[in-house]
Design a protein around this ligand. Structure first.
Ligand SMILES: Cc1ncc(COP(=O)(O)O)c(C=O)c1O
Length: 379
């Protein structure tokens, strides 16, 4: 039985190996490992691709969020609203920047922050909102920007999973005041190590991020503020530029696979397939279903050599390190319920149609066997 894995980076590499090795050789020849034209070119490519005026390469997606918050001037006592149903970095960076994460529950269909619940979380201390475009589908940005404009809040997109996603014909990365991308190897555009990017249309904000990325240096050895080493290395930029050429084709394939799963699973009432947003296009970083039989289904797929993932098993308000925020079980019921029922299926662009059919077939088989047994109380 051929395994179906959550990722196949070796297969992706085999498609681009020659161009990647040429790019690496160029960097080796230049012996220029930090900054330089490869980083500047990659920044230009991301700016052109997203339509953002500025793109500033950063060493990781996490540091992109941290430096964006620093550039906003988030400091002690400032509150930043975000979702509890995201990767840890979103909220971790709010705390590291000196702010306080304030969580707002998600929408049950999109898994993104629910704009209808944001207003109640705004206080006189609120400075920013970080919506996350989870799994590659943009948050409801019109509603979020409306609320932010009325309350004078900055909006920073956590677009770590959303390079290539669109919303109202605009790209993720241009939908708020600033945006943060990740090029972690598992992402739709994944490097051969860590990488990230901040995008913005705001000139002053871009200048600040560029300075903060280099220890707050405003002139050589002159530091107007305290930043950090948030730079992307040259080798990553050269590799990512090569991979970027394949992003559209890979995202298209992810969409085809998602559509196939949607069709193949449409008649299984115990499975909820991902909500497809009419106002934008997901880049399907993940394809996650919901089911009450999540754990037995996952076991079944494992025995069939089919990889799965759970993003995310513990919402952030229930993480031990955030106990001091004072949240408890039951505070964000949609996030908590989703965490118990969600299961990500393989959706990477190297999957064949036969792989997708086999995954869907195994799910249908499990669910049709599991449901009557549960309904009659038999084990
Ligand atoms: C939603 C989200 N935010 C932030 C990050 C952090 O990015 P990185 O792993 O590049 O630091 C990730 C990626 O892991 C992510 O998925």
């Amino acid at each position: 039985m051929k395994p179906v894995t959550m990722l196949d980076l070796k297969a992706e590499f085999s498609l681009i190996e020659k161009a990647v090795r040429t790019a690496i050789d160029e960097v080796l020849e230049s012996q220029h490992f930090v900054g330089g034209s490869h980083v500047a070119d990659f920044e230009d490519q991301i700016a052109r691709r997203t339509g953002a005026k500025h793109a500033i390469a950063i060493g990781s997606g996490t540091d992109a969020i941290l430096v964006a918050l620093m550039a906003c001037g988030i400091s002690s006592g400032d509150e930043v609203i975000t979702t509890p149903f995201t990767f840890f970095a979103t909220a971790g960076c709010i705390h590291r920047a000196g702010g306080k994460p304030v969580f707002v529950d998600i929408d049950r269909d999109s898994f993104n922050i629910d704009p209808a619940k944001i207003k109640a979380a705004i206080t006189s201390k609120t400075k920013a909102i970080i919506p996350v475009h989870l799994f590659g589908q943009c948050a409801d940005m019109d509603a979020i920007n409306d609320i932010a404009a009325k309350a004078n809040l900055v909006v920073i997109e956590d677009a770590a999973q959303a390079l290539g996603a669109t919303y109202q014909n605009r790209h993720a990365g241009t939908l708020g005041d600033a945006a943060c991308f990740s090029f972690y190897p598992t992402k739709n555009l994944g490097g051969f190590g860590e990488g990230g990017m901040v995008t913005t249309n705001d000139d002053a904000f871009a200048t600040k991020v560029r300075q903060l990325r280099n220890h707050g240096q405003t002139d050589q050895y002159l530091h107007a503020m305290i930043g950090g080493n948030f730079r992307l290395n040259t080798m990553q930029a050269a590799i990512l530029s090569v991979k970027l050429e394949h992003l559209d084709a890979f995202n298209k394939r992810r969409n085809e696979i998602a559509n196939s799963y949607n069709e193949l699973l449409a008649d299984v009432p115990s499975i909820q397939t991902p909500h497809i947003d009419a106002v934008g296009q997901s880049c399907f970083h993940q394809y996650s279903i919901l089911t009450d039989q999540r754990d037995t289904l996952r076991e079944h797929l494992t025995t069939e050599s089919i990889g799965t993932g759970i993003y995310y098993p513990i919402p952030l308000h229930l993480q031990p390190c955030f106990e001091f925020l004072g949240y408890g079980a039951g505070d964000f019921p949609v996030s908590e319920g989703t965490a118990k029922r969600i299961l990500a299926l393989p959706v990477h662009p190297m999957l064949t149609d036969a792989d997708v059919k086999r995954v869907a077939g195994c799910i249908v088989q499990h669910q049709t066997q599991a449901i009557p047994a549960e309904a009659t109380g038999r084990s």
